[in-house]
Design a protein around this ligand. Structure first.
Ligand code: F0G
Length: 458
């Protein structure tokens, strides 16, 4: 083993893991109405629910917590973050918010009107929620390969340029205020978008006088894949790649709970002073004053440091290497997974894992429930529950991909933990034919239902 294969850090503080018995877990999940969000985290052994806000901060980030300037306006921590944002992304105007969906709420309040169309690559659920709640429509223009888990495309998050062009040809351009590219594309399996694709989408937007935005939650992981997989980028640094990626967009929303390596925080970046000023009013109403938004001064400092750490090649090599480690293990057991490996998670194809369970019985959720019972491991369904009902027809939307996502928090688990996870999945896979019935909904919210849905076994 050489340096590039090991963690580029050592561990200074540890957190105890509590074990439970299978019998206890059966009771816990039933009491949780078969919704993994309802479990107490102390009853979860390995928590792969999300990589969002679950990151381990570095000693330098914790130092920033102590240095935080908590002044209401003009805090030093804000200017520290401003310098980092200018340096990494080349953006002069930005607004801090408390998390990604808050950035969506603020920016979309300034940009989206009823009846608008917002094309993108498999919008994340909160993004779609903030579009649809404004009576606008999110149109998915991801390339076809994304919905075939066996297709080995290096940039499965790419936007299908033909689909996008067709939309512009048939719609009044003034009805498309912006296009949003999610990097990496979470809903398609943490799959990256190539620099070429970003550039091509930017050209289409420019030709049609429409803005291009990033949903930049996992921008650094996307940059790593460009370096590894795209011709012409091998010798570029992650910072250079990030700078180029952002040079093509007019703005971005970012959940900093991912590649900001912090536990809470969000950002909006803008080039236009005019839109910045419009969004500022909503930021003050919904989030907080312009120099702190939804964050404490200490959090702004920790985020500034986290963004710098996330754009280090050695960090990304270890981070994405760990995801690949779990991916390779599962692949070696022939477990059906989204290929190639994504940036933040491994996605199990539940339609292939449990072909006997129809999508109407939520096979990915069933797999999540069974994995919790088997090993105290918590994943999350990225499938029919997450897809919500069609707001017009009220019918379930059945997405092409029915996945169980195992998201790996940054700098938290070791390879031993991931070996344990792989073993438990293998165990369920061996007896997969014993599972004959899925789940049914007993209560659900009208939007973003997967967080609070209540289910029972059929
Ligand atoms: N965009 C993407 C691509 C996301 O993955 C998320 C959150 C958001 C926006 C919203 O950000 O949570 O800070 O409000 N994803 C988390 C996840 C929840 O588990 O994938 P947020």
């Amino acid at each position: 083993m050489n340096f590039s294969e090991m963690e580029p850090y050592k561990i200074k503080m540890v957190e105890r893991l509590k074990t439970t018995t299978k019998k206890e877990r059966k009771k816990f999940i039933k009491n949780a109405k078969f919704n993994l969000f309802n479990l107490k985290s102390e009853n979860v052994l390995i928590d792969l629910l999300t990589d969002s806000g679950t990151n381990a901060m570095s000693d330098e980030q914790w130092s920033e917590i102590m240095l935080g300037d908590e002044s209401y306006a003009g805090a030093e921590s804000y200017f520290k973050l401003k310098e980092t944002i200018e340096d990494l992304f080349g953006f002069e105007y930005f607004l801090p918010t408390h998390q990604g969906r808050a950035s969506e709420n603020v920016l979309f309040s300034a940009l989206i009107k009823e009846g608008n169309i917002i094309p993108g690559n498999a919008h994340f659920d909160t993004t779609k929620g903030h579009i649809e709640s404004r009576k606008a429509e999110a149109i998915d223009c991801t390339i076809e390969e994304a919905s075939d888990t066996t297709a080995e495309h290096p940039f499965k998050g790419n936007v299908d340029l033909n689909k996008l062009q067709k939309l512009f040809a048939t719609e009044d351009n003034s009805n498309i205020p912006f296009v949003i590219i999610t990097i990496t594309c979470n809903s398609a399996g943490g799959q990256p978008v190539s620099m070429k694709n970003i550039k091509d989408v930017a050209k289409i937007c420019k030709d049609n006088d429409t803005m291009l935005l990033f949903d930049a939650a996992r921008f650094a992981e996307n940059a790593f894949f460009i370096k590894e997989r795209e011709k012409g980028y091998k010798s570029k640094t992650i910072k250079e790649i990030v700078k180029e990626m952002f040079s093509y967009v007019d703005g971005f929303t970012m959940s900093c709970k991912k590649d900001g390596i912090v536990n809470i925080g969000g950002l909006i970046g803008l080039r236009s002073k005019d839109i910045y000023q419009k969004a500022s009013t909503y930021n003050i109403m919904y989030e907080g004053y312009l120099t702190y938004g939804g964050m404490a001064g200490r959090d702004l400092g920790a985020l500034s440091q986290g963004l710098r750490e996330a754009t280090k090649y050695s960090y990304l090599q270890s981070r994405i290497g760990k995801v690949k480690y779990l991916f390779d293990k599962l692949d070696s057991y022939n477990i059906p997974i989204q290929k190639p490996a994504g940036g933040h998670a491994v996605f199990i194809d539940a339609k292939k894992f449990f072909p006997q369970i129809p999508q109407s019985q939520f096979p990915a959720q069933l797999l999540g429930v069974e994995l919790y019972i088997e090993g105290g491991i918590r994943g999350v369904e990225i499938g029919t529950l997450l897809a919500d009902r069609d707001p017009k027809t009220g019918k379930n939307r059945y997405p092409d991909l029915e996945l169980l996502r195992l998201a790996i928090p940054r700098r938290v688990y070791t390879k031993n933990h991931l070996d344990y996870v792989a073993n438990k999945i293998k165990k369920i896979y061996k007896k997969r034919e014993d599972y004959n019935k899925g789940l049914k909904i007993v209560r659900e919210a009208p939007i973003l239902r997967h967080f609070t849905v209540e289910l029972e076994r059929l």
